[in-house]
Design a binder for this molecule. Sequence first.
Ligand SMILES: *Cc1c(COP(=O)(O)O)cnc(C)c1O
Length: 378
Amino acid sequence: MTEERWVSRPKVSPIYQSAAYAFAGLDEVEAVQDHTAPGYIYARYSNPNTAEIEAEMMTLERAPAALAVASGMAAMYCSLLSILRPGDHIVAGDTLYGGTMSLLTNVLPRWNVTTTFCDTSSAAAVRAAICPATKAIVAETISNPLLDVADVDGIGELAKKCQIAFVVDNTFATPLLCRPLELGASIVVHSVTKFLAGHSDVMLGIAAGSAQLVESARSLAITAGTNADPFAAWLASRGLRTLDLRVERQCGNAARVARYLNSHPGIARTYYPGLRSHRGHGRALRLFGGSGGPMVTAELDGGRDACDRFIRALRLIRFVPSLGDIATTLSHPATTSHRNLSEDERQRRGISDGLFRLSIGCETPDEIIADLDQALPR
Ligand SMILES: *Cc1c(COP(=O)(O)O)cnc(C)c1O
């Protein structure tokens, strides 16, 4: 290799597709292990590509430290497991992402960690659920699928006062709308898979927060082997370069789409934090700097059959049970993310068979609205 002798350098970071690193001798390996010299040892501990996206996420979330792992779920898993001990209690939002719900209800109870679920759009509800054993509060900035806005600053203040770790999943909001660490969160978790990477072609997760919490999560991630792959980190870093362009456009488009759906006679209800009729509108204005976010949910009259006909009639917008792509995608919570809830429970939560959720993309707003318009019943 002659790279050291080049007088030029690659404009873009190379993908360091190397499982391990070679050393000249014993002093060098000790220096890297003692952090007195820069370098890498083994890709499961760290590698230049994961270190790069960690640094970028520290800037975006204004975080002292960040950890990149294989997925959003790995980030949530390592964050919670590093905070909790047997006998501890969690207070968590009652509309969390299905994977997080499953972690809290199926996995953590095996280690005698229990959870009380409540409405995290109210700090008072969280306060009422806290008990002496509570060691963590878990909330999502924007909930799925009805897009409720968590009382991030109210809970942040409460968590600080009670010295309870506050874990915020900021996937739906992105750091461009909200930076929970500035509002009292202890650790922010992202499914980078969604808006941050932005192209539906990579899975990655990030946990960002204080050096103490992140380093504790990192040692767990190293032992659990939930490390991020160098190529995945490289792709995610590439996606991040256009994050602000994409999300600004997506939020602008979402506001237009929400207004269109809200005035469509075939739509029973539109949920969008940017609409005055949404119950999180006031808080969204305050926390998100005037933006309503990139997600829009609506309920079609006519239930499952009408929704299926609508989905099949779409030409541009594809039915994809995920979010955050550069293209507009649609999800149907009753048959995907919320399928495991009982019919009664779905009714209670307002997740009807006619409910669909749009992740708005970077097309022109006219293209998105024209596709919805030709597919919706008239
Ligand atoms: C997708 C998602 C996750 C899980 O992320 P993965 O990258 O799929 O592991 C967690 N939280 C939210 C809000 C999500 O949308």
